[in-house]
Ligand binder design. Structure first.
Ligand code: ADP
Ligand code: MG
Length: 389
């Protein structure tokens, strides 16, 4: 069963100048029971509004929310078994760790002995045992955030909502807390939704990721699915560093080969590896405008000084190496080519230096994508929100 189903959720705010801001724009999302879902998206894409609607802190203008089989669209927050942790969760600074953890339980008028037991349990899970008597002000940022999460945990919610809870912490601590929060989720077996604008955080945390853009969930899938089969240009561009190369042009089948040419130019044609997917080949028989997306690792760069690029096979691109970024096991090569600037990711050791001429070829058919230049849909998958499983 699904823990949460959001159907056609819409929410409009009125801006300061009276303008309308559509924070959620017909959003659809299904969250599985017990899964870790990362809600990823740029700032302003509606992530916090979505979380607030799930928690009942905001009412949607349209659409429905079902939680654990019951409709709760307009139910008050205290009738939803969810707990929420924000980026700047305010703890009670005048209380110690124990009292912060116990606060919600006291409000719910639990017995003293029960409160002690529940707080001590949460302290074990959150590794706060030795800190229960400490004032909040004497804790590190990471410890404070653990208290904030622990405080929601004692309330035993069905669904945990975490809205950028690690954003203010330094990278090492964030990585540490990612593994901790995953362990805790596995231990509790509860549904957890983590909001983030950081793709690495989303990849590290999520069984699945949904990517938001201006109030909609564009795609939901495992991190691998989003990387390997982006249903929209935006997904392909947002996920993966360095970013996917994009070139607009015409795709055509010439003597049973797939050939790409930059729009309006008399420049080179590029022969592409054969791709699975009859749809694109059918369209390409007549010639179709595409936005060609190439992952940096789909390009191989070989040293080669060709006097005239005309002598190169059509499946290769002549380039010059503009810049090399070294990352240890691999390097990113920034290249100048007749198709514009390209980025390639290559394993070390490299046999190339800055300023050198080289040729680029495809390492295979994976990492090559075709998007509709008008609406951004992936032409091989026919991406749409209804494809969500
Ligand atoms: P995110 O969390 O992805 O950064 P938000 O959900 O906070 O995005 O905001 C989505 C859009 O709605 C933004 O343009 C934001 O300015 C606007 N917004 C959010 N809350 C309000 C509000 N209370 N009043 C007016 N505009 C709002
Ligand atoms: Mg936000």
């Amino acid at each position: 069963m699904e823990a949460l189903i959001l159907e056609n959720l819409c929410k409009t705010f009125r801006g300061s100048g009276g303008s309308e801001i559509q924070a959620l724009d017909g959003l659809n999302l299904r969250v599985r029971k017990g899964e870790r879902l990362a809600v990823l998206g740029p700032s302003g894409s509606g992530k916090t509004t979505l979380i607030r609607c799930i928690a009942g802190l905001e009412n949607p203008d349209q659409g429905r929310i079902h939680m654990e089989g019951s409709e709760i669209t307009l139910s008050p927050p205290d009738q939803r078994n969810v707990a929420i942790v924000f980026q700047n969760t305010a703890l009670y600074p005048h209380l110690n760790v124990f009292e912060n953890l116990a606060f919600g339980l006291r409000l719910r008028k639990k017995a003293k002995s029960e409160i002690r037991r529940m707080v001590e349990d949460a302290a074990v899970t959150m590794r706060l045992q030795g800190l229960l008597q400490r004032p909040i002000t004497e804790l590190s940022g990471g410890q404070q955030q653990r208290v904030a999460i622990g405080r929601t945990m004692v309330l035993k919610p069905d669904i945990f909502l975490l809205d950028e809870p690690f954003s203010n912490l330094d990278p090492d601590l964030r990585t540490h807390l990612h593994s901790e929060i995953i362990q805790i989720q596995q231990q509790l077996g509860k549904t957890m939704i983590l909001v983030t604008h950081d793709q690495n955080e989303a990849m590290a945390f999520g069984d699945r990721i949904t990517l938001m853009k201006v109030g909609k969930c564009l795609q939901i899938g495992t991190p691998r699915e989003l990387y390997q089969v982006p249903e929209h240009l935006f997904v392909g561009q947002f996920i993966g560093r360095p970013k996917m190369n994009l070139i607009e042009g015409i795709l055509q089948v010439c003597s049973s080969k797939l050939v790409f040419k930059i729009s309006g130019s008399e420049g080179r044609s590029l022969e592409l590896p054969s791709v699975p997917g009859l749809l694109i080949k059918d369209a390409a028989r007549k010639g179709v405008e595409v936005c060609l997306g190439i992952r940096p690792e789909a390009l191989q760069v070989l040293p080669c000084d060709v006097p005239s690029s005309d002598s190169l096979p059509a499946s290769m691109i002549p380039v010059s190496v503009e810049k090399i970024e070294f990352f240890g096991a691999e390097s990113c090569l920034y290249l100048n080519s007749p198709f514009g600037n390209l980025v390639a990711k290559c394993a070390e050791p490299l046999k190339l230096t800055t300023g050198q001429n080289a040729v680029v070829r495809f390492s295979g058919s994976s990492g090559i994508h075709f998007f509709n230049p008008t609406d951004g849909e992936n032409l091989l998958t026919g991406g749409s929100e209804e494809n969500q499983a």
